[in-house]
Ligand binder design. Structure first.
Ligand code: NCD
Length: 316
């Protein structure tokens, strides 16, 4: 197949076809194999990635950096975010992005506004990879999530996925819902568990239904629901998105995954979290075979290696 990612920005799950997604996940498997076998993977030795992250990050910023370094490329970042960039002197976001794009071969961009990723891809002279656009999307995270689901449940042709927590502000669940819809359609049952104030946006639910997914909304995370679940996807209540801290405090510990809650779950249950976690998953869960969140972090490197490789090199 021709390489549909070559020289293109990657902003939303909606930019990809199922074939392109399979291509990324297959390439990620090759990357995983090569990294584990300590093979030298010099695919983009002359290329430079610039990370423009204007929002806090541990996992994603390092994951993109490590992915590029493992491909033999170079990385430079605005790691102090907005405070250390000329945006603090009044420079517009557009000018900042175009300036950076004159110096590198690819930009990884994270910003607090939803429009940022599309705007960046319009002004940038090189491809942009959306690394989180406010409460919008986080498409590379969704791909690493799907990679992890397929690795853990290789033979599943029907999935019951239960997403829990801040589904309103959680961009990872916005992207993952669309990705599951695209790849599994009516072979997914999606349970959405959140307080009333943090429900999944209507537009994301509309897109999921248009892809023939079954959706059910719940306000409680019960043993019964967990017992039916194949993938339990837990998210953090996003403090930084609230204007009134009292509203946050009222919701922060709405759902906590504990050992009693997963009592009698399926043996193959996969518990996922995009990280950072705050209180949502009891640490006792980490030692169970259900916990997949550290595997997600490792897989993120392979999936981002695949995406960067496909954007930077023409051959599929
Ligand atoms: C998340 C994010 O920034 O969207 N983490 C991540 O990138 N893996 C989730 C969060 O901040 O809660």
């Amino acid at each position: 197949m021709a390489n549909p990612l070559y020289c293109r920005s990657f902003i939303s799950i909606q930019d990809l076809s199922p074939e392109a997604i399979d291509l990324i996940l297959e390439r990620a498997r090759t990357m995983e194999h090569d990294v584990r076998c300590r093979r030298s993977i010099v695919r983009v030795p002359d290329r430079i990635m610039i990370r423009a992250f204007y929002e806090a990050s541990t996992h994603t910023t390092i994951s993109f950096g490590v992915a590029m370094l493992r491909l033999g490329g170079q990385v430079i970042g605005l790691d102090g975010g907005i405070k250390s960039s000329s945006v603090a002197k009044g420079e517009t976001f557009e000018d900042a992005i175009e300036t950076l794009s004159c110096m590198g071969d690819i930009l990884a961009v994270r910003d607090k506004t939803v429009e940022s990723a599309r705007v960046a891809s319009t002004v940038s002279r090189v491809p942009v990879v959306n690394s989180g656009n406010g409460v919008g999307e986080h498409p590379t995270q969704a791909l690493l999530d799907l990679y992890t689901i397929r690795e853990r449940l290789p033979n599943a042709d029907y999935l019951v996925v239960t997403m829990v927590g801040d589904l309103k502000h959680g961009r990872t669940v916005h992207s993952l819902t669309q990705l599951l819809g695209l790849m599994y359609g009516k072979r997914v049952m999606l349970n959405l568990v959140s307080p009333q104030a943090l429900k999944m946006p209507t537009e994301i639910k509309r897109r999921a239904r248009a892809m023939r997914m079954s959706l059910k909304e719940h306000d409680a995370l019960t043993n019964h629901l967990v017992r039916e679940t194949d993938v339990l996807y837990v998210t953090r209540v996003q403090k930084e998105r609230f204007t009134d801290i009292r509203e946050y405090e009222a919701l922060v510990d709405s759902y906590v995954v504990t050992m009693p809650l997963i009592h009698r779950c399926k043996k193959s249950l996969v518990i996922m979290h995009p990280f950072p976690r705050v209180y949502e998953i009891d640490r006792a869960i980490d030692k169970t075979p259900f916990a997949a969140y550290f595997t997600q972090i490792e897989n993120g490197v392979y999936v981002r290696m695949a995406i960067l490789d496909l954007i930077l090199r023409p051959s599929a």
